[in-house]
Write a protein that binds this ligand. Structure first.
Ligand code: G3P
Ligand code: MG
Length: 357
């Protein structure tokens, strides 16, 4: 029986607070879990860490694993119970592409377990760049040092009616995660795009245009290195510039998901509503307005986390922490100012709870 907590937040536009946490630069730096992260979660879960006090989600431009795997990692890092229904990764919105592209050959880019993720999403003809490199042969990458791990199997690629043939051209290039080998992935993505999906040809036959979808526009991100690192947005900048130089025009069918774009925030709002219903704050998941006193988005990257929350408007409230991409010394980010700027994620939760009283 769900508790009915609606009486707790009945003032107009009050409603319970909801929390959305960025991951890199807020909860972790590389492999290091920030001390403030566990302190923050202890304020939002009941004793024992199994039950939530308020709706809580995790929204990252990272990925390369399934939502279930990331939820398990977060549970381990934060000593609380995190479910896959609390997690949106950079490529989570790719699920909505599978009904249209799931039975067409697609080239997938990024490090990590992206072949497994793509299969789970319903992309049944996904080919990794490592697999395509093997299928094309060593002449395709004359300066290549060779992939660290040869793919377990090379799908029927480029053969008669194989993927990447005239009968089955690649329909799209999907960038699930930041690539490891930019030389290989820029070369092979360019081959697929410029050839209209048949990488052994130098130019398209007919007018098939390959779609290019990026899951994360971050130019930089914060790991455990003292200076921010290039992100997937930097790779995208290289690919777009290459296409402009080689084809004399910009990429024709390109789409960016990931913060600050709207799609991940729309998914998060649905997940927060489910939690609000399960926690007894609303009687139904379908309410016209968002019944929250604030959706506190805690992030470290002004161009992604703050900008995305600002674009959503109320009740989203951007909170910027100084533990990642943004480290001051300014009081706030000059281009994408947050409502609240604090030292770390525990202070962010305190500020949000204080504002919600
Ligand atoms: O590759 C991950 C990076 O772009 C940023 O991740 O968690 O700060 O959105 P996050
Ligand atoms: Mg971050």
């Amino acid at each position: 029986m769900r508790p009915d907590r609606r009486h707790l937040f009945t003032e107009a536009a009050a409603g319970p607070p909801a929390f959305v946490f960025d991951i890199d630069g807020v909860l972790i730096r590389g492999k290091r879990v920030l001390d403030a992260a566990k302190t923050a979660m202890a304020k939002l879960y009941k004793t024992g860490g199994e039950t939530l006090r308020f709706p809580v989600c995790f929204l990252t431009n990272g990925g390369g694993v399934t939502e279930a795997r990331k939820a398990a990692q977060l549970s381990d890092w934060l000593d609380v119970a995190v479910s896959p229904q609390q997690v949106v990764l950079s490529h989570t919105p790719f699920r909505q592409l599978a009904p249209r592209l799931g039975h067409q050959p697609v080239l997938i880019i990024g490090h990590g377990d992206i072949a497994h993720v793509a299969k789970e999403y319903g992309f049944h003809k996904a080919v990794t760049t490592d697999e395509l490199a093997v299928a094309l042969g060593s002449s395709a990458l004359p300066f290549h040092r060779g992939s660290q791990a040869e793919p377990k199997h090379v799908p029927r690629v480029l053969g008669k009616d194989g993927f990447g043939s005239e009968a089955q051209p690649f329909a799209a290039v999907l960038v699930f995660k930041d690539p490891v080998d930019w030389y290989q992935d820029l070369q092979l993505a360019t081959d697929v795009i410029l050839s209209g999906g048949v990488p052994l040809r130098s130019r398209p036959v007919g007018n098939h245009t390959v779609e290019v979808v990026f899951s994360n526009p971050d130019l930089v991100w914060a790991n455990d290195h003292p200076v921010s690192r290039l992100g997937q947005g930097a790779f995208a900048t290289c690919l777009e510039a290459l296409h402009q130089q080689l084809a004399g025009k910009s990429l024709q069918r390109v789409k960016y998901f990931g913060k600050p774009n709207p799609e991940p925030y729309e998914l998060i709002q649905k997940l927060l509503m489910q939690q609000a219903h399960e926690l007894g704050y609303v009687s139904s998941q379908e309410t016209g307005s968002l019944p929250f006193g604030g959706i506190f988005m805690v992030g470290d990257n002004p161009k992604a986390d703050v900008r995305g929350a600002r674009l959503r408007g109320p009740p989203w409230v951007p909170i910027l922490v100084r533990t990642g991409v943004f480290q001051g010394p300014e009081a706030n980010d000059p281009e994408d100012p947050a409502d609240i700027v604090v030292d770390d994620v525990a202070a962010a939760v305190d500020a949000a709870l204080h504002r919600s009283r």
